[in-house]
Design a protein around this ligand. Structure first.
Ligand code: SF4
Length: 78
C-alpha cells in the first residue's frame, strides 16, 4: 500500500483510499453521497449506510483508488 493511503473502518470492513490513484471521477460521491463526500472531512463515513452498499460502490471506482477488505480476512495485496 502506498504510504499516503487513507484508511476508514466500520465493524465489517476497512476501506482504503489512495489519492495518488484517484482520477477524481466523482462517481463515488455522486452515487453514494451518504458515505463519500467531496465537502466533509473525513470524506468517507462508513456508518451512514449498509456495508454491502459501500462494497458495491467501491467496486465501481474506475481507478482502483478505493479498495476494501473484510476485517476478519487477510488484507488484499495492492
Ligand atoms: S470513484 Fe474512485 S476515482 Fe472516482 S473520485 Fe471516487 S475514489 Fe476517485
Amino acid at each position: 500500500m502506498d504510504i499516503d493511503a487513507k484508511e476508514f473502518r466500520n465493524s465489517d470492513i476497512t476501506v482504503t483510499y489512495d489519492p495518488c490513484k484517484c482520477i477524481l471521477s466523482g462517481i463515488c460521491a455522486r452515487e453514494l453521497s451518504d458515505v463519500f463526500s467531496n465537502s466533509i472531512i473525513p470524506w468517507v463515513n462508513l456508518d451512514n449506510t449498509e456495508t454491502k452498499r459501500v462494497i458495491k460502490q467501491i467496486n465501481r471506482c474506475p481507478s482502483g483508488a478505493l479498495k476494501y477488505h473484510k476485517n476478519n480476512e487477510k488484507k488484499q495485496a495492492s
